[in-house]
Design a protein around this ligand. Structure first.
Ligand code: UDP
Length: 249
């Protein structure tokens, strides 16, 4: 795999790649012979690691860990080790689907409420002719034991090379890490949170102006005020980052 520099932000090692470079790494994963994992933590997740250190190993175990959020990019700048920019998981996932439509690699969508993965598959195959979504499963199953094993079996039977795991954080990363050794055909496994809801048209992404001004978090908060609790991790994360900056100066 092409080697890119890793930049440590508050204990999490991020690959310093542009969105286009991340997609190139993805293509290498798909063409390779190993099961690879892709995690896209934002500032909330890094703060989770800071508050509960046991999560560091989980997030740092990803084969490609990219910064999905303006907060992490800002922190990198504050710490004087800037990242090339944000790599939104939802966009990277879609870029890989566009690629698979040409390469012929099959995709499996795992996660979200019943019916959502199917609708996401319908919309994405319409948008990217040639794309083969070879299987789907909703995300509401027992994450250990026989139900979980049946899901793994379904993924293996589908022959999918690209796997989207959309079970919410940190469950999706925990489930994928616990089961990656049982996957036989999947090569690029991406943990993508609420992306299937976006692909299915259930949840709209923020208008471009919000994204441009790095205010996507504000849009999501206005749409889903119940996210406020978890979003309080963002100011904590930034304050802690400034503290680290001045402490180590
Ligand atoms: N979800 C799931 N199984 C569960 C819990 C959640 O499939 O047991 C799905 C949920 O329906 C949603 C996604 O996981 O589609 C989480 O979306 P969210 O935007 O909250 O993503 P996060 O920020 O947690 O990654």
């Amino acid at each position: 795999m092409t080697a890119y520099e890793k930049i440590n932000i508050r204990g999490v090692d991020f690959l310093n790649v542009s969105p286009a470079e991340a997609a190139e790494v993805g293509k290498e994963m798909l063409a390779g012979d190993k099961v690879c994992t892709v995690f896209t933590p934002n500032a909330e997740i890094v703060q989770l690691c800071i508050e509960q250190n046991e999560y560091y190993d989980l997030y740092n175990s990803g084969d490609m860990v990219v910064a999905d959020g303006a907060g992490v990019v800002k922190a990198a700048k504050i710490l004087g080790k800037p990242l090339k920019g944000k790599v939104a998981g939802v966009e990277l996932g879609e870029a890989m689907l566009a690629y698979c439509a040409k390469s012929g690699d099959g995709a499996f969508f795992l996660g979200a409420k019943p019916g959502v993965a199917e609708e996401a598959a319908r919309r994405m195959t319409e948008k990217y002719p040639g794309l083969q979504v070879v299987g789907t499963n909703d995300g509401y199953f027992q994450k250990t034991g026989s139900e979980s094993d049946a899901v793994i079996e379904k993924i293996n039977q589908s022959g999918a090379k690209l796997l989207f795991v959309c079970l919410g954080v940190p469950v999706q990363e925990q489930w994928l890490s616990a089961n990656r050794d049982k996957l036989t055909t999947a090569r690029m496994c991406m943990c993508l949170g609420g992306s299937l809801d976006v692909y299915a048209g259930m949840v709209k992404r923020a208008p471009k102006i919000f994204i441009k001004l790095s205010l996507e978090w504000l849009y999501r908060l206005l749409k889903e005020p119940k996210r406020l609790g978890r979003m309080m991790k963002l100011p904590k994360f930034l304050i802690g980052t400034y503290a680290e900056r001045f402490h180590t100066k």
